[in-house]
Design a binder for this molecule. Structure first.
Ligand code: MIG
Length: 785
């Protein structure tokens, strides 16, 4: 099926070509009569909810904070009101005003005006400016079980978010479906992909709002694709029209609120921020060791090796192939001695085979998804006939989590969850299959998240005080609490390389800060130029993993000729130099939910240029760095620099912002810019995150006219001691007016691994600090310039 972005738009003017490569299942509609929520017949306030009744439905309104209001409209209210995503409780009580026409709820930040005849929900700023309104004609309506909410489309309204979705940064004029799908060979237009994040941010009239439809059924979002610019709409095949409205002003504040509601990531193990080398598959322990040794021999920094499905015995989860991986403990021991960690893959499908522990236990304890008559559902995946654990049950999650001992005993600390859409050959698990007490279509979109949750909770328990690294392909809102994600089976093309950044940045808007793409492109073989360019970009992707499909050419850094190897090595070294900055940026994500890789729409929301298709892939990597993805075939590029002054990282050349400039972009030098006034802590090159290094923390500062600060954060990188205050945190400040750089008193009980500090100045003419090093003690430090 093909769909095209509405070409009759004021903005954007070009069609989006959103082609749906995968079938859009039509939903299980039980009746086609249209019911529209009509006039309010009565209301009452009880247990933190304002309940409003019409002949057709019942609506409940809850307040979570002054900027977060939940509206839940249902035909059949289910008192078992659980959410996979939301971890907060509503306020116990709130005030409202009733007039003949409306019921108004006014918080310190937001006004919800509930129109009574007919029932409509309209959100305003406290000054009475409209943020978001129901469409006056159709509001919320049902066709059978399918529920839809029509909203007014504002002039010039833009939409960003929805997580892992193809298309443009501005989603105006495009439509999307959420239905977690194994999407091999997806294109830059395919939809749906692997994950569901039914959360978007609307931008109009200089205002911002967010809307999270917390519903795991197949869901739909139409940002004015086919409605003649009158309405946008969203809905789902079943369940409640259950949404959280965010009224904070500013995209960053909305992300902060959304991640307050659905949770934030915890500190990742430091090693997972290093370079990761993967392949489908390294076929034996010897091959894994050989690759790891080659990194060390060539002094190309790296931290992680992966085992894809072939390490298993016959693809049976929680087993090792006795011939090719005969002594896992020995393998892990040797990797550890070289400062490497190993990540192993697990799929949900449990092979149907008597005598296989997980199969026998799952049958005996009745842990698998079922047909309504009680028979276990069987689908085909890599191991052949498989049953699928019912991760919606707590006992099943505990069992699954404990089974990781087969991997943790030899020393594995990273767990890659694949195929958890869930995928089965044929891609069509019957709709009558049940997970827990729900049919597959009701909860499919949360299956992968529940698998990742089981993996995280289980391995965290087994590993004791060590942080597990979990990586999942399928996800639902809130998955950031358990796991990192990657964007599945991309392809070795420039278009996919650019798309990757839109996916990463869009996932960042929906709470996922720890995101990777397969560097080099999973399917196909990259040209050497593409490999080199993509690797340069990998330095600035939150998770930096090189991965390739079975049967493709080898992909490791030394497979591309001597010259290219040197460029690749230099870029990986750059990643390691930046780790103090990156780790602090991840810390920021744990505190505010702000992603590490940020679309310019977060900070430069009102700047039209950043939505231009030529510039929409540009992003901030942390607070300080602007990265411009450039195709591998281009050696210079027109780029847009937003407000501010910008130094090219490689040369310290200064550019003024709010202009398009053509800059050189040779394969040796990706255009990366540092915002004037920025503070970036770096270290000397190390070979792995476990490498002690020279003990010097370099504090780089680029001159600028505005005062700036940076929160530097460090801890042991492996344990949960930081939760008990064992961290090292201090604020680094640059004050151009008083010409000083200062470091606040250290907070926390961790002793920094850097014994010395060194200030490195950029763009400060005439000021030399003579390479002085400062002893890194906990006292306040002041340096006059
Ligand atoms: O059917 O495990 O997206 O990263 O290498 C393919 C083999 C299954 C899909 C994953 C890919 C992985 C591959 N997997």
């Amino acid at each position: 099926m093909q769909r095209f972005q509405n070409p009759h738009l004021t903005k954007p003017t070009k069609p989006n070509n959103v082609a749906f490569k995968y079938p859009i299942h039509s939903g299980y509609i039980t009746g086609m009569n249209l019911e529209i929520a009509g006039n309010v017949q009565g209301f009452k306030q009880q247990d933190g909810a304002l309940t409003i009744k019409t002949a057709e439905a019942e609506a409940r309104v809850y307040i979570y904070s002054p900027t977060i209001i939940r509206v839940n409209i249902s035909k059949n209210f289910n008192p078992d009101d659980t959410s996979f995503a939301v971890i907060r409780q509503p306020l116990a009580d709130f005030d409202f005003d009733e007039s003949s026409a409306n019921i108004d709820i006014i918080t310190s930040a937001l006004k919800l005006s509930i129109q009574k005849s007919p029932l409509r929900f309209n959100f305003f700023t406290t000054d009475g400016i409209s943020l978001s309104e129901d469409d006056s004609r159709f509001g919320t309506n049902w066709q059978g079980e399918r529920v839809t909410c029509f909203r007014r489309l504002f002039e010039g309204e833009r939409f960003i978010g929805l997580g892992e979705k193809t298309g443009n940064l501005d989603r105006r004029g495009a439509a999307y479906v959420n239905w977690n799908t194994d999407a091999p060979n997806y294109t830059p237009e395919s939809d749906p992909l692997y994950k569901t994040f039914p959360f978007f941010i609307g931008l109009h009239s200089g205002l911002t709002y967010g809307l999270f439809l917390d519903n795991t059924h197949k869901s739909y979002f139409d940002f004015g694709a086919s409605t003649d610019e009158e309405t946008s709409w969203f809905g789902a095949d079943g369940g409640d029209l259950n949404y959280y409205f965010f009224g904070a002003q500013g995209v960053a504040k909305i992300i902060e609120d959304y991640t307050w509601l659905t949770g934030r990531m915890e500190m990742p193990p430091l090693w997972s921020l290093g370079y990761q080398q993967c392949r489908w598959s390294y076929m034996s322990a010897d091959e894994v060791l050989n690759i790891a040794q080659t990194f060390r021999k060539k002094q190309i920094p790296s931290d992680v090796m992966y085992c894809d499905i072939d390490y298993m015995d016959d693809f049976k989860i929680f087993t090792w192939n006795k011939k090719t991986f005969p002594k896992p403990k020995q393998l892990l021991g040797k990797l550890k001695a070289m400062n490497f960690k190993l990540v192993t893959i697990v799929d949900p499908g449990i092979k149907v085979e008597e005598g296989y522990k997980e199969y026998d236990e799952g049958i005996e304890r009745d842990y698998f998804a079922k047909y309504p008559d009680g028979e276990n559902y069987t689908g085909y995946v890599w191991p052949g006939r498989c049953h699928f654990p019912d991760f919606f049950r707590e006992d099943v999650r505990e069992w699954w989590g404990a089974a990781f001992k087969a991997l943790t005993n030899p020393g594995v600390e990273g767990f890659w969850n694949d195929m958890n859409e869930p995928a089965a050959w044929g891609q069509n698990i019957p709709w009558i299959v049940k997970f827990g007490d729900k049919f597959m279509p009701e909860v499919r979109n949360a299956y992968g998240m529940q698998m990742a949750r089981a993996t995280y909770e289980g391995t965290r328990k087994i590993l004791g005080n060590k942080r597990p690294f979990v990586l999942t392909r399928a996800a639902y809102s809130g998955t950031q609490r358990y796991s990192a994600v990657w964007t599945g089976d991309n392809t070795a093309t420039d278009a996919h390389m650019l798309l990757g950044h839109r996916l990463v940045n869009s996932l960042g808007l929906t709470g996922m800060a720890f995101v990777g793409v397969d560097i080099g492109g999973f399917s196909g073989n990259p040209t050497p130029e593409l490999m080199v360019r993509w690797n340069s970009l990998g330095t600035y992707i939150p998770m930096f993993r090189n991965h390739a499909i079975q049967g493709s050419k080898m992909r490791e850094p030394w497979e591309w000729g001597e010259d290219n190897e040197q460029i690749i090595k230099k870029d990986i070294e750059q990643r390691y130099k930046l780790l103090p900055y990156l780790y602090s940026s991840f810390y920021q994500s744990t505190q505010t939910g702000l992603p590490v890789s940020r679309t310019l729409a977060i900070e430069h929301t009102a700047d039209e240029n950043i939505f231009d298709k030529r510039f929409q892939n540009e992003f901030m990597f942390g607070d300080a760095m602007l990265v411009v993805p450039v195709e591998s075939t281009k050696l210079n590029e027109d780029i847009y620099l937003p407000k501010g002054s910008w130094y090219r990282l490689s040369s310290d050349q200064l550019y003024e912002g709010e202009q398009i400039v053509n800059v050189p972009a040779p394969l040796t030098d990706l255009p990366v810019f540092v915002k004037a006034g920025s503070i970036i802590p770096m270290q000397s090159v190390v070979q792995s995150t476990n490498d002690k290094g020279d003990g010097i923390l370099q504090i780089h500062i680029w001159n600028g006219s505005e005062a700036n600060s940076f929160v530097y954060y460090e801890d042991d990188g492996v344990s949960y001691d930081y939760e008990q205050g064992v961290y090292y945190k201090r604020v680094i400040r640059f004050d151009p007016v008083n010409k000083s750089i200062s470091l606040s008193v250290v907070e926390g009980a961790f002793k920094s691994r850097f014994v010395q500090l060194k200030l490195v100045l950029h763009g400060f003419e005439g000021i030399k600090l003579n390479d002085e090093v400062i002893v890194n003690d906990n006292r306040e430090i002041q340096v006059k310039l």
